[in-house]
Design a protein around this ligand. Sequence first.
Ligand code: SF4
Length: 420
Amino acid sequence: MTAATAQAQLPPPIKESGQREVFCGLTSIVWLHRRMPDAFFLVVGSRTCAHLIQSAAGVMIFAEPRFGTAILGERDLAGLADANEELDRLVAQLLARRPEIRTLFLVGSCPSEVIKLDLAKAAERLNVQHRGRVTVLNYSGSGIETTFTQGEDGALQALIPLMPRSESKQLLIAGTLADAVEDRLIGLFHKLDIERVATLPPRRSTELPAVGPGTQLLLAQPFLSGTARALIDRGAALIAAPYPFGVEGSRAWLAAAAAAFDIAPAQVAAVLDPLVERGQRALAPQRETLAGKRLFVLPDSQLEIPLARFLSRECGMQLVEVGTPYLDRQLMASELALLPEGTQLSEGQHVENQLQRVEQLRPDLVVCGLGLANPLEAMGIATKWSIELVFSPIHGIDQAGDLAELFARPLRRRTALSFA
Ligand code: SF4
């Protein structure tokens, strides 16, 4: 089946635009700073931003810009000069204290005082001040512009101009994966005779992979629209594939890369079939809990469509509605082709409308942002926090059973409660 025919079988997505309840892009720092321990994410923000991530990520916050706002004129301009000086001072202190920092990201946020600061200029200035010692980059994690996974898209895009050029044939996996999962996947690519496998982000911020016309790009995460486009602009070819969630999606993802490197299907089968069999065995008990249950996915992480595809096709769940903050049809083409006919998608967020539909349609399980879980549980509906999916190692054939378990658990808990 082609993507075009399958998409024609889906009704048009419900377009929503209204009140949003999602974490902002700063949240991505939690996993990005673990991934690249020699990078530092300096959030230029307010106390709210500090509260959001300080304890979770242990990152440093440049809090409380101390200048007046609203009155445009000398006071504001003087304030901005102060803010820039303060930023320079903080960065100098930070670099003196932390010699291991090789890449410094200035991360923008929502407060109007911060929006007025030109962080791209600040990064340029700091690069001159600290040339040879550190590379300073900037991107926005502001909740006005980004949902929580888009923060990673912004950070990776900031790295792309620094990637060296290479024409050599290589596979480039984009998107942060848990180290152990990534090691396993790279091991599989080696078994498939794909020797040169690079990753973005790399484990050391200074060891950026090369990119160029020989690069075959494979996305490990579905929320990297800007990153994908920027890598394609640098000459990479995007491999069309579903995302590596579940046995089927992961196998198709690995096989699509193998096809791009002209590996014979028989070799792919020889390497992957034993894994597929094991993965399906691990899925079977979870499928018993999930099959026939009705699933409603609210927009949050941008993992919604691939996960809904996995839960319907491999776990037998019925899709009531699948929401996504933003639908990138190019990056989702292989996923949309695999959704059951008639699946109702929604794009964007309007919390009240969506909660109303949940109430009317009474699904068994709702995947949602943290803030919506309590009201839904109070209505008697089981919930799964979408943010947990971003922090769990869920990619790959070997993880399919654990991934299904994440959805089966809240259903089992609710059954246990109703018998208590
Ligand atoms: Fe800071 Fe804006 Fe995120 Fe709130 S939504 S934590 S103000 S960047």
